[in-house]
Design a protein around this ligand. Structure first.
Ligand code: ATP
Ligand code: MG
Length: 437
């Protein structure tokens, strides 16, 4: 028989395997709990959207839209579609489509896969996960501060240290327009020093030139006109208020005048959390205020602010700091061996699950000894043993698999009536603080 070719995953797209599930679950539980504790509600939008949503909503002269999008024409109906490279545009689209802001502003969060056709490397993938929050309809700067406080709390809860918060303001559109003109003049006077990308961006999106990582352009960019010098009273006050709130909350930051988002619908706050523990994939979270986006996407104008963090990078960083959550497969492992033992085994397992106790019934047939080995390997606290003699007597044996604290009733194996077993184990678990084990 001809051997079949193995089909592999798409380059840059990862499988999450069971061995990694504990850290992912910990991350997902933590971000959900923290977002919930600030009153944010979950929202989910499709991974596939009309391409126009992103060309309008992210902007043509950005890396994401210019060269990172998975776009295609649906061969069945000719629609132009893209896999979402980020989720803000989708959230805003949905907010407009469902008139979400009709009576009040909204705080929402999301978690899910994003897609960008980039060169895969550590911390940079073609499918990656983002957790993000959007505060829709809030003028700030109080909510800007709230979001930054939330991210700062998240690092603590996730066990991450030594991250740096960089902050900047993009001011108001009119202020940016004046700065933009000055920038173009400045760069026009130094055309020879611009690399190809910068020349391409000169009139499309000159602010983005400031963002360059090209070492040859650093000096030029350092000396460029600074937006901060073009800010009016209102923008200065906005930033000052945000700074005051961060200081009050004890969140350290540095102002980075070169931190930019090159699109017209951004205003005021931009921020990034960075680390020097992950090589060049240093940004773990980016956010900012996008007061103009609702209107650009056809909605009523509404001021908004949000952030997105890359889960893979955050997980890498957790591992750097020794965060390795583990998760037993179950709390009780039911071993059954011999004639008439499967039915009572399943019955007691279902009773345990009724009580919320994670229970595995050994699958298939095997010797008692090999099943006990599996029970041990599962990380369970108890093995529940149903042998032929137990089954015949309507009993089961409970065997602790870990050394349990003294206050517990099970110092060794105990045979009990089958109908009492689930409740007895449940009562035991209540008195065991798993942290003592
Ligand atoms: P970078 O400068 O690293 O390309 P970005 O500015 O493109 O990041 P954003 O669009 O602001 O990133 O996305 C928010 C966060 O999502 C990033 O800070 C990062 O943590 C994560 N992220 C972005 N692109 C990827 C990717 N290809 N793979 C993994 N994580 C990513
Ligand atoms: Mg990028």
């Amino acid at each position: 028989m001809a051997s079949k070719a193995k089909i592999k995953a798409v380059t840059g797209m990862n499988d999450m395997l069971p061995g990694d599930s504990a850290i992912w679950t910990f991350f997902e539980d933590t971000v959900r709990d923290v977002a919930t504790s600030y009153g944010y509600r979950p929202m989910r939008t499709p991974v596939l959207e009309p391409t126009a949503l992103f060309t309008h909503g992210i902007g043509e002269a950005t890396d994401v839209v210019e060269k990172e999008m998975y776009s295609f024409e649906d061969s069945l109906n000719g629609e132009k579609l893209s896999l979402r490279p980020e989720n803000t545009a989708g959230i805003v689209r949905a907010a407009i489509e469902h008139n979400l802001l009709y009576d009040a502003p909204r705080r929402v969060w999301y978690f899910g896969p994003m897609f960008r056709h980039e060169r895969p490397q550590r911390g940079r993938y073609r499918q990656f996960y983002q957790f993000g929050c959007e505060a829709l309809g809030f003028a700030g700067p109080d909510v800007d501060a709230e979001l930054i406080l939330m991210t700062s709390r998240l690092w603590k809860e996730l066990g991450i240290r030594e991250v740096k918060l960089e902050l900047n303001t993009l001011g108001e559109p009119a202020e940016r327009a004046a700065h933009r003109e000055a920038l173009i003049k400045y760069f026009e006077a130094h055309l020879d020093a611009l690399n190809e990308t910068a020349r391409h961006r000169l009139y499309l999106n000159p602010l983005r030139i400031l963002d360059t990582k090209d070492p040859d352009m650093q000096q030029l960019v350092e000396a460029a006109p600074r937006l901060i010098d073009y800010l009016g009273e209102g923008s200065r006050a906005f930033l000052a208020s945000l700074e005051r709130q961060l200081e009050r909350a004890g969140v350290d930051y540095v102002i980075n005048p070169r931190l930019v988002r090159g699109l017209d619908y951004y205003s005021h706050t931009v921020f990034e959390w960075t680390t020097d523990r992950l090589g060049s994939q240093a940004t773990i979270c980016g956010g900012g205020r996008y007061d103009g986006l609702m209107e650009i996407l056809g909605g009523k104008p509404a001021p908004c602010v949000g952030f997105a963090m890359g889960a893979e990078r955050v997980l890498e960083l957790m591992k750097e700091f020794g965060v390795h959550p583990t998760e037993p497969d179950c709390t009780v492992y039911v071993v059954h061996c011999g004639e008439g033992t499967l039915d009572p085994a399943v019955e007691v397992a279902e009773e345990l699950r009724d009580l919320g106790v994670a229970t595995i019934v050994h699958g298939g047939e095997a010797s008692m000894k090999s099943q006990m080995k599996k029970a041990d390997a599962s990380g369970a606290l108890f093995a529940l043993i149903v042998g032929e003699s137990e089954a015949a007597a309507g009993q089961v044996s409970i065997k602790p698999l870990r050394e349990l604290p003294e206050k517990t009733a099970f110092s060794g194996q105990k045979t009990v009536p089958a109908e009492e077993a689930a409740r007895m184990i449940f009562d035991e678990i209540l008195v065991i603080d798993t942290k003592d084990l």
